[in-house]
Design a protein around this ligand. Structure first.
Ligand code: DQA
Length: 137
């Protein structure tokens, strides 16, 4: 299986960004653990703070990978373009969030990704990503 984790804006700051919400592990530390745990699965990783780069990456992997684990971060709530890209590609996308966006501000309750996603996993901390990976196995 060929999977990719795509992280959106500000997720490069994991570990030092609001650790009370997002935890104190950096994404690289978590990613290293996950790829060791699933040696038979190819799991790529891409992060960008730019909407267009996230769309380009979805196009690039969206017809030849088996699955995308997407945390579009703040763009989840704002980006028609990323929502359309998820709809346009063939590869199934599982939307993930570290926090439970439904017990946070109202503006985090809406997602442009969810209607086009295979499923949504949120609120389990970094474990949300692992659960999404398992959903493709
Ligand atoms: C997030 C939730 C979003 O509302 C927020 O903008 C993020 C992270 C999460 O993983 O919990 O940046 O996607």
């Amino acid at each position: 299986k060929k999977l990719i984790i795509i992280n959106g804006p500000n997720l490069n700051l994991l570990g030092k960004r609001e650790p009370n919400i997002y935890g104190s592990l950096t994404f690289t530390e978590f990613y290293d653990e996950v790829i060791k745990k699933y040696p038979d699965v190819s799991i790529d990783y891409f992060q960008s703070n730019n909407e267009g780069e996230l769309i380009d990456k979805l196009h690039e992997v969206g017809f030849n990978f088996d699955g995308v684990v997407l945390n579009a971060a703040a763009y989840t709530h704002t980006s028609v373009g990323i929502g359309d890209a998820v709809k346009a590609i063939e590869t199934p996308v599982v939307e993930v969030h570290i926090s439970n966006t439904f017990n946070r501000e109202e503006f985090r309750h809406h997602s442009f990704i969810s209607p086009n996603a295979k499923g949504v996993i949120l609120g389990f901390g970094l474990q949300s990503y692992e659960l999404a990976i398992q959903s493709f196995l």
